[in-house]
Design a protein around this ligand. Structure first.
Ligand code: URA
Length: 245
């Protein structure tokens, strides 16, 4: 059914602009029926390919990035975009804000409205943000169940206490939340600077975790997400390679 929808979407324009359709406009239900039979016929004749493989099953799962062809005509060939950016302080991870400029202002590319951020950062936080139009990919980064590690370099207002490592490893109670945070890993760089690795992305999570153990975050920078290390200058961005996605 999903592939029918995709082919319907792609072929709809041709059908509705054909001579017959123009001279005798018909209901979308009728068009749908025609397309349905047409696609069934094309599938039976093995003329449709999805990602280079002949499709014969109308139940085949496809998405907006599946490459669909009818004979040698491309019906759908959207390429997902994956971007790494180094977020400057004082920018927001949303399209519009009344106070701060949007991070998206740094991206001079087409169709920006189709993009979203996989794991937002606060306005004062700097470092790696991943931007994409592939919702499945961003979920693989943000859902705690996917266990994708994010590494933050954290500056603290007070010297780190001896028991903080253990507390964060065990999980802490954030104010107003029921569940403890998932186990985190802390590496002490200096008395007031640490690297914190977490797999969740709750609201102001790092700041609230340190507040829960009696400290305060004064600077926050995300260095790593999964296997990706930040390697662009502040305010700069690049597309990820195939191997990095
Ligand atoms: N945790 C925070 O508190 N802020 C961020 O921007 C990211 C993680």
């Amino acid at each position: 059914f999903a592939s029918l929808v995709a082919v319907f979407r792609s072929t709809r324009v041709c059908i509705s602009s054909s001579k017959e359709a123009t001279s005798s406009p018909c209901h979308s239900k009728d068009i749908w029926r025609v397309v349905h039979s047409f696609v069934a016929l094309m599938l039976a004749q093995k003329r449709i390919t999805v990602d280079g493989v002949v499709a014969s099953d109308s139940q085949q799962v496809i998405d907006e990035f599946s490459h669909i062809r009818l004979d040698d005509q491309v019906l759908q060939a959207n390429t997902p975009r994956y971007i790494m950016m180094n977020k400057p302080a004082g920018t927001v991870c949303s399209n519009i804000d009344e106070v701060y400029p949007s991070l998206f202002n740094h991206l001079r590319i087409k169709h920006i409205a189709e993009l979203h951020i996989a794991g937002r950062l606060d306005v004062d936080t700097t470092g790696m943000v991943l931007i994409t139009d592939d919702g499945r990919w961003s979920k693989s980064i943000t859902l705690p169940s996917k266990d994708c590690r994010k590494v933050y370099r954290v500056g603290l207002s007070k010297v780190i206490a001896d028991d903080t490592c253990l507390e964060l490893e065990k999980g802490v109670q954030l104010q107003g939340e029921e569940n403890l945070t998932l186990p985190a890993v802390l590496e002490v760089i200096s008395p007031k600077e640490v690297l914190l690795t977490i797999t969740e992305g709750r609201y102001h999570q790092v700041k609230r975790m340190f507040a829960a153990v009696g400290n305060r975050v004064v600077s926050l920078h995300r260095e790593k997400i999964g296997e990706l290390c930040l390697d662009v200058e502040i305010g700069q961005w690049r597309y990820l390679t195939k191997d990095e996605v």
